[in-house]
Write a protein that binds this ligand. Structure first.
Ligand code: ATP
Length: 568
C-alpha cells in the first residue's frame, strides 16, 4: 500500500492503529508470536494447577498422584521449554523486523518530505523520533499488542473456568480486576503528562546535541559553550526528574496491583473453600491456577497505563512516515530511449514550500540540446528552487518540465522512469553533501563500481589533483562527515567529479564555482566546456567570470512571462 494513501485513510484515527498498515506484512508473524505466548501461558497455568494438586495430595493424603499426572506434568515442562525458546526467538526476530519497518518508513518519509520541512522541524528532533519513538513502538507492536490480545483470551478463558467451579469465584476474579482498572485510571493523566515531558526533553537533548556537533564552529566563535552546556544540563535534569517521578509512580502502581492480586486470591480461596461440590484437595490448585492467570493480566493492566505516551510516539512516527511526499511518479511512465544531449523546456513551472509563500513564480525557459545556459538573478529569486525542479528532486506545483531530444518527440520529465531520469539529469549544488568515508566511496555513491582510475580521471577533469602531501592515501583518503575536512573548493570539485562519472545528458550546476579561486574556477569551467555539444549545461551563478563562459545568459526575473509562441 502506498504510504500516502495509508495516511489519508487513517488521518484523524488513533495513531497506534494508523501505523498498523505499515506493519501489515508482519501480521502473520505477530499473530503466531501471540499464539505461542498464549500457549506458553496456558502451559504454565496447567503446571501450577497440576503441581499444586500433586503436592496437596501428597501432603494431605500421603498419596502419590497417578502416572497420568506425572506424564502430563513432564509434557507441560517440556512444552514450556520449547515454547519459551521459540517465543524468545520469534519475539527477537519480529522486534527487529518491526523496528526496521518503522525506521525505513520514517527515513523514506523524511527523504520524500524534505521540501515540506518547516523551520519548526529540527533534524535532532527527527532523529529522536527515528531512534527513541520507534524503539518504544517496536516493543508495543512486537510484544505489548500480542500480550494484550493474550490477556483478553486469558481473561475470558479464566473467568469461564472459574465460573465452572462456582459463580462466586468468577465474580470475585472479575470484580477484583475491574477494581484494579478503576484504581489505575486516575494515574493515567499524570503518566501521560510525565511520559510526554520525558519524550520532549529527550527530543530537546537530541536537537541540542545536533546543534552542538554541526554548529561547533559557531558555538566556539560566539563563545556559546557555557550556554549550550547549561541548556544540555537543564534538558538532562528535566528528563531525570520526570523519569524519577514516573518510576516512583510505577512502583506505587505495582504495589496497588500486588494488593489487588492478593485480594483476588483471598476471595477466590474463600469462594472455592465454600464450594460444596469442590473437593478441598483442589482448592490450592484453584488458587495457584488463579495466581498464574493473574500474572499476565496484571502485566496487561500495567501496560495499559503506559499506552498514552506510545500514542504520542505513534503520532510523531506517523507524521514522519507520511510527510507531504513528492509524488514524483504522478504521470504514467513512458518509454524514453534517445541518445545525445537533451534540451529542457520549462512550461510555467512554479513551486512553494510548506509555508505556502511562492519560492519560484511560474517561469518559462527553453534550452536547446547541447546548449550551455547561464542563469543569474537576485538572491531569493528561486534559482536553487528551479535547479531542484529541473533535477526532479521535487515536482512543480503547477506547469511542467519537458526533456527535448535532438530527434523525436519531447517528453514530460515526470513521465520518465525515475531511475532512468537520474541517469539523464544530474545536479551539483554549492553545498553538495560529501559523506563520511573515502573519496572513492563518495564517487561510488554516484556510480557503484567506479574504479580508482575512473575516479582519478573525473577528479583531474574537475581540477582536483590528489597530491601525496594533502591526500596521503589518494582516493582512499578519508574525508570527514559532511566534507568537513576538505575546503569548500575541494568539496565543489569532488561533487563535480562525482556528477561527471554519471555522464549525464543534462548537467545543472548551482553556484558550483562560488568558492573557487580564479585559477581553479577556470579549470573547472574548462571541464564543463569540454562537455559542450554532448551535454546540456545549465549553470546558475552570481559570478561574472562563470556566466561569461556560457553560450547564453538569462536573468531569472525575466522568465516569468509566458512566451507568445511555445514549441509544441
Ligand atoms: N526549505 C524551505 N522552506 C521554505 N522556504 C524556502 C526553503 N528554501 C528556500 N525557501 C525560500 O524560497 C525562496 C527561493 O529560494 P532559493 O534558494 O530558490 O533562491 P535563490 O534564488 O537560489 O537564492 P540565493 O541566490 O540567495 O541562493 C526564498 O525566499 C527562500 O527563502
Amino acid at each position: 500500500m502506498n504510504a500516502q494513501d495509508t495516511h489519508t485513510a487513517t488521518r484523524g484515527d488513533d495513531p497506534l492503529w494508523g501505523l498498523i498498515p505499515y506493519l501489515a506484512s508482519h501480521r502473520l508473524s505477530l499473530a503466531w508470536t501471540g499464539l505461542v505466548g498464549l500457549a506458553n501461558n496456558l502451559a504454565l497455568v496447567f503446571l501450577a494447577v497440576a503441581g499444586s494438586y500433586v503436592v496437596t495430595l501428597a501432603l494431605a493424603e500421603g498419596q502419590l498422584a497417578s502416572p497420568r499426572w506425572w506424564i502430563a506434568g513432564g509434557a507441560a515442562v517440556l512444552l514450556r521449554v520449547i515454547l519459551t525458546w521459540h517465543e524468545m526467538d520469534l519475539s527477537h526476530s519480529i522486534a527487529y523486523r518491526v523496528l526496521a519497518a518503522l525506521r525505513m518508513g520514517l527515513f523514506d518519509g523524511f527523504s520524500r518530505g524534505v521540501p515540506s520541512r518547516s523551520p519548526g522541524q529540527h533534524t535532532g528532533r527527527l532523529a529522536a523520533t527515528a531512534m527513541g519513538d520507534t524503539e518504544k513502538l517496536e516493543f508495543f507492536y512486537a510484544h505489548t499488542l500480542t500480550q494484550l490480545a493474550a490477556a483478553v483470551v486469558i481473561l475470558i478463558g479464566g473467568t469461564t473456568a472459574l465460573y465452572q467451579i462456582g459463580w462466586s469465584l468468577a465474580a470475585g476474579f472479575v470484580i477484583g480486576l475491574a477494581t484494579l482498572v478503576l484504581l489505575t485510571l486516575p494515574w493515567l493523566r499524570t503518566n501521560v503528562r510525565l511520559g510526554e515531558t520525558v519524550q520532549r526533553a529527550k527530543s530537546n537533548q537530541s536537537a541540542l546535541a545536533v546543534d552542538l556537533l554541526s554548529g561547533s564552529r559557531e558555538i566556539l566563535g560566539f563563545g556559546l559553550q557555557e550556554h549550550v552546556q547549561r541548556q544540555l544540563a537543564e534538558a538532562t535534569e528535566v528528563v531525570a526528574r520526570a523519569e524519577r517521578h514516573l518510576k516512583v509512580r510505577e512502583a506505587a502502581a505495582a504495589n496497588v496491583r500486588e494488593l489487588c492480586s492478593l485480594a483476588i486470591l483471598v476471595v477466590v480461596f474463600l469462594a472455592a473453600w465454600n464450594q460444596p461440590a469442590l473437593d478441598p484437595l483442589w482448592v490450592p490448585a484453584v488458587v495457584a491456577g488463579t495466581l498464574t492467570l493473574l500474572s499476565p493480566l496484571m502485566d496487561a493492566v500495567a501496560v495499559l497505563t503506559q499506552l498514552q505516551p506510545h500514542r504520542a510516539s505513534a503520532a510523531r512516527v506517523l507524521e514522519g512516515i507520511s510527510m507531504a511526499a513528492e509524488d514524483l511518479s504522478a504521470a504514467p511512465v513512458l518509454p524514453f530511449a534517445t541518445t545525445g544531449p537533451l534540451g529542457i523546456n520549462v512550461r510555467g513551472a512554479c513551486f512553494s514550500y510548506a509555508d505556502g509563500a511562492p519560492a519560484l513564480e511560474p517561469c518559462w525557459l527553453s534550452v536547446a540540446p547541447g546548449e550551455h545556459v547561464g542563469i543569474s538573478g537576485r538572491s531569493g529569486a528561486g534559482k536553487t528552487t528551479l535547479a531542484r525542479l529541473l533535477a526532479r528532486l521535487w515536482a512543480p506545483d503547477a506547469g511542467s518540465i519537458e526533456l527535448i531530444p535532438r530527434t523525436g518527440r519531447s517528453v514530460n520529465a515526470a513521465s520518465v522512469d525515475l531511475r532512468v531520469f537520474r541517469s539523464l539529469v544530474t545536479l551539483v549544488e554549492q553545498d553538495a553533501i560529501i559523506f563520511h568515508g573515502s573519496v572513492l566511496e563518495n564517487m561510488r555513491l554516484a556510480v557503484p563500481g567506479t574504479t580508482e582510475g575512473q575516479a582519478l580521471d573525473a577528479l583531474g577533469r574537475s581540477g582536483l589533483v590528489l597530491d601525496a602531501g594533502r591526500w596521503p592515501d589518494g582516493v582512499h583518503t578519508t574525508i570527514g562527515e559532511g566534507g568537513t575536512s576538505v575546503s569548500g573548493g575541494e568539496r565543489a570539485r569532488i561533487a563535480l567529479a562525482r556528477a561527471l562519472l554519471v555522464q549525464p545528458r543534462v548537467l545543472v550546476l548551482d553556484e558550483t564555482t562560488a568558492s573557487l579561486d580564479a585559477a581553479t574556477e577556470a579549470i573547472l569551467l574548462d571541464a564543463v566546456a569540454a562537455l559542450a555539444g554532448d551535454t546540456t549545461v545549465i549553470t546558475i551563478s552570481h559570478r561574472e567570470s562563470t556566466l561569461a563562459r556560457c553560450d547564453r545568459r538569462i536573468e531569472l526575473d525575466n522568465l516569468h512571462t509566458e512566451p507568445v509562441s511555445q514549441p509544441a
